[in-house]
Write a protein that binds this ligand. Sequence first.
Ligand code: FEO
Length: 395
Amino acid sequence: MLTAKEIKPGIWWVGGVDWNARSFHGYTTECGITYNAYLIMDEKVTLIDTTKAPFADDLIQRISQVVDPSKIDVLVANHVEMDHSGSIPAIHAVAPDAQIYCSAPQGVAGLTAHYGDLGYHGVKTGDTLSIGRRTLTFVQTPMVHWPDNMVTYCAEDKVLFSNDAFGQHYASSDHFDVDNDLAQVMEQAKKYYANIVQPYGMQAGKAVAAVHGLDLDMIAPSHGIIWTEHIPDILAAYDSWTAGEVREKAVVVYDSMWHSTEAMAKAICEAFVEEGIEAHFYDLKVNHPSDVMTQFLDSRYVCVGSPTLNSQMLANVAGFLTYMRGLSPRNANRIGLAFGSYGWAPLGPKGVDQVLSDCGFQKPLECQTINWVPDQAKLDELQAKVKTMIEGARA
Ligand code: FEO
């Protein structure tokens, strides 16, 4: 029998653990995924969020450890996306009288489109719901990261049910930050922000500012571990990420056909190392764009290389740039550098250079190209140019 975990007196974790999930619509989830749902035992038995549909049985089993699921009076659906709403039909089937609360109008419209009209109660920021000893307060967080998102705050227990915000794709048998490897959890929180929340950094920044004003003992997201002792750490990280802060750090990203562009990438990476700058080196044949974006998030320097194939950049590089562009990173304070080798026309690196321009990077050094195979003198010259670029950026 699956068990529920009491995370505060009267509040139970009843979610699903997807230990072997390795992809969340294209973002690699090497640590698995959890779909956290929370059961509050009060005069009105209240469920905060559900799980992805395949975990409906797990959810109901865990709820059954605490209360007969048919006794659920209130279901708060903080978010329409199906990893949290997918088990609403299953809960509705066992507790047809449960009243479902979601944001208005987007949550109501989204849930209706997915599951039909189940008599949703739309709520707005500042609306409250008494469930007995506790009163829940709803705060809409639109575009963090869908139009319908909201969070739910319980002042009596000082718990914020934050849904996607502050989450991580991280499966664990221990639910709290203090019981897990903090560095690993923070890295997964960063990956989650970089690949899911980043396009909506401005809106997320406003939501985080509001969270700073709350009296908090616990942030209970819908993915990953629950924040208790390390609330200041995750809030500080979100402050930095939502502000688009970068530091002296470089990512060098490339694909190569016959190792010429790879040799250029090595020379560029070494320039950063010799200048004392943290550098990360990614061959796109063996690295996933979602991992690159995690390190990209706080990097000031982004160097992207491709040779020319059939008058284009390599497909791996085009795919990375498309993915990066979709995440709308704030690039005005980043320095971009395109590079690559070519046989008879430098169209691959020039295409990369155009994308970097379109994405708003500063480009103090023009696109670097080398015909055919670079010799050591050309690599030394490239390295020297990159060092000069770095020194200029620091001045
Ligand atoms: Fe975890 Fe936007 O769903």
